[in-house]
Design a protein around this ligand. Structure first.
Ligand SMILES: [Zn+2]
Length: 176
């Protein structure tokens, strides 16, 4: 578990009222002292500060918060559709998009994650208004799962198509 996830874990535990500040500090100190990698949640359970049920609640809330940060594949899909729309609507040329994607890849290797739209604005290939216009077109092509917030592409020309969410199983209308 990274320290970023640990601090999110701790914040959620406190927000949910499942752990007190001093209990969390004590567990973090113990985690830092330990010579093997230990999960913060496991330490809190072991010390009797939270129950297994409490741990489950925190992990669920944490997964929801981390989901948008972690789904790199969804992000790439959205970027690809953003680029396709931007080209189709005549805001940029194919070469502009290719260059932006190469730059995006280079930046990502250095740990800097920019959306393709942000890179295009940075390089003055698009204005912010143009980006917003593309995002509006794009919004209509995705639906958000009401159960878990996962995003799915709308399949045009398939009216009434309903499929279960791959993550949570809730039914989503994908046809337009
Ligand atoms: Zn879902």
């Amino acid at each position: 578990m990274t320290s970023r996830e640990d601090s999110l874990f701790g914040r959620i535990a406190i927000d949910l009222g499942l752990v007190k500040e001093d209990q969390l500090r004590e567990a973090l100190a113990e985690q830092a002292r330990s010579d093997r990698a230990r999960l913060l949640g496991a330490i809190l359970v072991e010390k009797g500060h939270i129950t297994e049920e409490g741990l489950r609640q925190i992990l669920l809330a944490q997964r929801e918060k981390l989901a948008p940060l972690k789904s790199g594949r969804e992000r790439r899909q959205e970027d690809a559709s953003f680029g396709a729309i931007a080209v189709k609507e005549g805001h940029i040329a194919n070469e502009d998009l290719d260059r932006a994607l190469v730059e995006q890849f280079r930046l990502a290797k250095r740990g800097l994650f920019l959306k393709v739209g942000e890179i295009l604005v940075k390089n003055r290939k698009m204005t912010e208004d143009q980006v917003l216009a593309v995002l509006r077109v794009q919004q209509n092509r995705f639906v958000t799962c009401p159960g878990c917030g996962s995003r799915y592409r709308v399949l045009e020309g398939k009216p009434g198509l309903v499929v279960p969410c791959k993550k949570c199983g809730k039914e989503i209308e994908l046809g337009k």
